[in-house]
Design a protein. Structure first.
Length: 70
């Protein structure tokens, strides 16, 4: 099979909730490349910083939820 036709698995970003193929996994949750780059560049005084903190809390909530049900 030709490499350009290979299918890449898509994941839902925990920040923007869009389906993407490129990004990172943290504690079993996916963050897409555009969100990761924007998070890194966002100053703590920026309004969007609080949004990113709230979304990142979801990583820990989900991790603890799944740990408790297993």
């Amino acid at each position: 099979m030709n490499a350009q036709y290979e299918e890449t698995e898509a994941f839902v970003c925990i920040i923007c909730e869009r389906e993407r193929t490129d990004g990172i996994h943290i504690c079993g949750q996916f963050i897409c490349d555009p969100c990761e780059k924007e998070m890194v560049r966002t100053d703590v005084k920026d309004e969007k910083y609080a949004f990113f903190i709230a979304q990142m809390k979801r990583v820990w909530y989900r991790q603890n939820y799944y740990r408790n049900i297993l």
